[in-house]
Ligand binder design. Structure first.
Ligand SMILES: Nc1nc2c(ncn2[C@@H]2O[C@H](COP(=O)(O)OP(=O)(O)O)[C@@H](O)[C@H]2O)c(=O)[nH]1
Ligand SMILES: [Mg+2]
Length: 360
């Protein structure tokens, strides 16, 4: 799962990327304008994994992971011609976006549009994405109509007609200035749409960079949409914290009464926005979090761990993480009748501990 970090130049994208991935990429007071994508993989912090790890003391503890990609060079295109096709193609495969919006004032870091105005910046880039989708949808409609007029065969006609209905609905939505993520779509429509890689259909986490001040995100920007969340953080500070040792961070958090680092909130919110669930496997060798889509089944869980487990699937032994932690061990949880046997269609819940019984 990959999230693209977008935003106008000098909003703090690279600063946030550095904080998330503990990288040391150069940040800059002015954009070079060069189109460049750089990715890093990040552990999803999860107190449940920490608890399980305390119980089992395994050799390895493995967290769920997400990938963040810093996208530089959105700007020269935006000024003149809108989003270029090249840039669109590069960002279209992302699963979601983290949209960094600048709220901090710093005269050493001039803003390309003059005044600091987070709402303007947010609306501006969102507007560009809307426009890019509009162009994309229009092209698709033209192509579908062309195929239809060339006398497509009857089964193909049916599929094309369905696509045409959907894309005309998308066009109408975009025409009203509404992002596609706000639309209600059927499961079939979602399948068609997922292949089309439209930018405003993707979930967005808006991150307001408040610089040296703190602020409630909702008091800085409005972004009321489906599949969207807004939160605020202090970009520079988070980057500096990410470079300290765990002990140093603990001291800092204690001193300022901070319960959770903003960075961890960003990662958790990303995970939620992507509609992902975590399930766990446990043992003396390894405690591990795995990722499944929200509607994933026990069979999907088996396949995620290893194809052999899916091939030879018999049953899944399932216990909630909460019950296992309370019981203290798998044996104790079994004794308390908290371990269930589930079939392959069982919908795995977030926080389930899963053991696959299989034979190949
Ligand atoms: N004062 C201040 N400057 C910041 C903060 N976050 C980023 N910057 C500065 O803003 C400039 C642009 O940051 P950068 O991360 O490169 O932004 P990008 O263009 O969106 O990748 C750099 O000079 C950063 O040092 C912050 O929280 N406070
Ligand atoms: Mg940058």
């Amino acid at each position: 799962m990959e999230l693209g970090i977008i935003g106008l130049p000098t909003s703090g994208k690279t600063t946030l990327f550095n904080a998330l991935t503990r990288s040391k990429r150069p940040t800059a007071a002015a954009s070079t304008g060069k189109l460049e994508l750089v990715s890093g993989v990040v552990d999803v912090p999860d107190p449940r994994v920490d608890r399980l790890s305390e119980i089992y003391k395994p050799r390895k503890t493995i967290y769920a992971k997400v990938t963040y990609t810093d996208i530089a060079g959105l700007d020269p295109d935006l000024g003149k011609t809108g989003l270029s096709g090249q840039l669109r193609n590069k960002i279209a495969p992302m699963d979601a976006f983290v949209h960094v919006v600048r709220a901090f004032e710093d005269e050493r870091v001039p803003h390309a549009m003059g005044e600091i105005d987070p709402q303007r910046d947010l609306d501006h880039l969102e507007g560009e994405f809307l426009l890019a989708d509009m162009i994309h949808v229009e092209t698709r409609i033209e192509r579908i109509q062309e195929r239809l007029s060339k006398g497509a065969k009857s089964e193909e006609r049916q599929a094309l007609q369905e696509q045409l209905v959907l894309f005309e609905r998308l066009q109408a939505t975009l025409g009203e200035g509404m992002p596609l993520r706000d639309m209600e779509l059927s499961a079939e429509e979602q399948v068609i749409l997922s292949g089309a890689a439209l930018l405003t259909a993707k979930p967005v986490l808006v991150v307001v960079n408040t610089g040296e001040e703190t602020a409630d995100a909702a008091s800085v920007v409005r972004f009321e949409h489906e599949a969207a969340q807004v939160l605020a953080l202090q970009g520079q500070l988070e980057m500096e914290l990410s470079r300290l040792s765990e002990e140093e961070v603990a001291v800092f958090m204690d001193e300022y009464g901070i319960g959770e680092l903003a960075l961890d909130r960003v990662i958790r919110a990303s995970y939620e926005l992507l509609g992902l669930h975590s399930f766990f496997t446990i043992g003396d060798d390894e405690v591990r979090a795995w990722t499944l889509p929200e509607n994933g089944t026990a069979l999907d869980a088996a396949a995620t761990i290893h194809t052999d487990l899916a091939r030879g699937f018999i049953r899944a032994e399932v216990v909630t993480c909460e019950d296992l932690v309370a019981a203290g061990s798998m044996a104790a949880a079994r004794k308390a009748a908290q371990v269930r046997l589930e079939g392959k269609d069982y919908r795995v819940r977030d926080g389930d501990i899963v053991q696959i019984r299989f034979s190949v």
